[in-house]
Design a protein around this ligand. Structure first.
Ligand SMILES: NC(=O)c1ccc[n+]([C@@H]2O[C@H](COP(=O)([O-])OP(=O)(O)OC[C@H]3O[C@@H](n4cnc5c(N)ncnc54)[C@H](OP(=O)(O)O)[C@@H]3O)[C@@H](O)[C@H]2O)c1
Length: 338
């Protein structure tokens, strides 16, 4: 039987989400990969327990996480039931709807029909009474933004979600939906988007809008799926994401395209007395809109390493300039190439 570490709150930093009343752990755990039906449940438990013991309170799900889609929510529900139920009020649990989940015209995108049904399915799979944050997973170009916003607002009124988030919305799209939420008085608080040293788009096209709107930001793929760690410096390990057939999102070619940059960044991290993973997370957190950085993990030791990022969050101007120079020299990465 799991009992949480009594000192779990000693080290973690909790950041307020924009101007809301909610605080999130500066480091959050995502269950996109390594929590599916293909993954050992004991390892999943060990990762979640380690995270919670280190003060991580925010756990991020989506309807389609697995594989198979839905199985990460089912497994998380099992772990809640077995071990984590006593700690429910110490946790922020999020899910999302918006990517394809079931066949036919209603299992995808952002219609009211899809979002309401998907949220109900997610609650059933996790066994939870409500989600702390429920996200629209991506903007839907064909559904009126008012319809998506109203569906999310309804989840709040039904007690199925406490707060609302949006994911993968750029600054313009954020501004449009924020206006509707404001009219509805929906507790919209956060945008979840990709941000890491190798993907800096949000610096121009999202963060200024979030600052204006007083909303928070949580980064995903904060370690570029593991590229921003020391794991690929000596080749591609057999048990790494770039080599796993169950995870088709990172490929050997992307390791090859970034290796020179990773080697240089690793040297900067060494000089700071940090691992590259720690420095990459600290670097994300330097932006004032960043509430939290989401990490993925295939084993508990990675969570421990990543939380150590909090030991050195400060960058000198010289370090930042050096990092900028290294990143400017990186040629455009072809994320589509396998
Ligand atoms: N909203 C969206 O559209 C969206 C999209 C993507 C992700 N997300 C969210 O963001 C979360 C994180 O995304 P991500 O998995 O891409 O994050 P990530 O943190 O960039 O990558 C996680 C992977 O990096 C490796 N890793 C992590 N820490 C390490 C360390 N200290 N040393 C060496 N390797 C380390 C592990 O891969 P190995 O398997 O190689 O060990 C781990 O599975 C997801 O779980 C999900 O909740 C959201």
């Amino acid at each position: 039987m799991y009992t949480a570490n009594e000192k779990s709150y000693d080290k973690m930093i909790y950041n307020r989400v924009g101007h809301s009343g909610l605080k999130l752990s500066a480091i959050a755990l995502g269950l996109w990969n390594n929590f599916g039906s293909v993954d050992p449940i004991q390892n999943q438990k060990a990762i979640i327990h380690t995270a919670f013991d280190l003060g991580i309170t925010y756990f991020d799900l989506a309807n389609n996480y697995g594989p198979v889609p839905g199985s990460a929510e089912t497994n998380f529900g099992q772990i809640m039931k077995d071990d984590m139920k006593p700690y429910r009020d110490e946790m922020v649990i999020a899910s999302k709807a918006g990517y394809v989940m079931w066949p036919g015209p209603y299992g995808n995108w952002g219609s009211k029909k899809s979002i309401i049904a998907s949220a109900d399915q997610s609650l059933k799979r996790t066994g939870l009474d409500y989600f702390d944050i429920f996200y629209t997973h991506r903007p839907d170009p064909k559904t009126p933004v008012e319809e998506t916003a109203l569906a999310l607002d309804q989840l709040v009124h039904q007690g199925k979600a406490l707060y609302i988030g949006i994911s993968n919305y750029d600054g313009k799209q954020t501004k449009a939906i924020a206006k509707v939420f404001e009219d509805l008085k929906t507790p919209f608080i956060i945008n979840q988007s990709r941000y890491n040293m190798l993907n800096r788009d949000v610096e121009e096209n999202l963060l200024p809008e979030l600052e204006k709107e007083n909303k928070g930001m949580v980064s995903y793929s904060s370690l570029a799926q593991g590229l921003l760690t020391d794991k690929y410096l000596k080749g591609i390990p057999a048990n790494s994401r770039a080599n796993k057939s169950t995870i088709p999102f990172l490929h050997r070619s992307q390791v090859k395209q970034t290796l020179g940059t990773i080697e240089k960044l690793n040297k900067v991290a060494e000089k700071r007395g940090q691992s590259l993973a720690e420095m990459a997370l600290a670097w994300d957190l330097r932006e004032k809109e960043m509430t939290s950085v989401l990490i993925g993990a295939s084993r508990p030791e990675q969570v421990i390493d990543n939380v150590n990022a909090l030991d050195n969050l400060h960058f000198t101007k010289k370090e930042l300039a050096k990092i900028d120079k290294i990143l400017d020299e990186q040629k455009k990465i072809d994320w589509s190439k396998k």
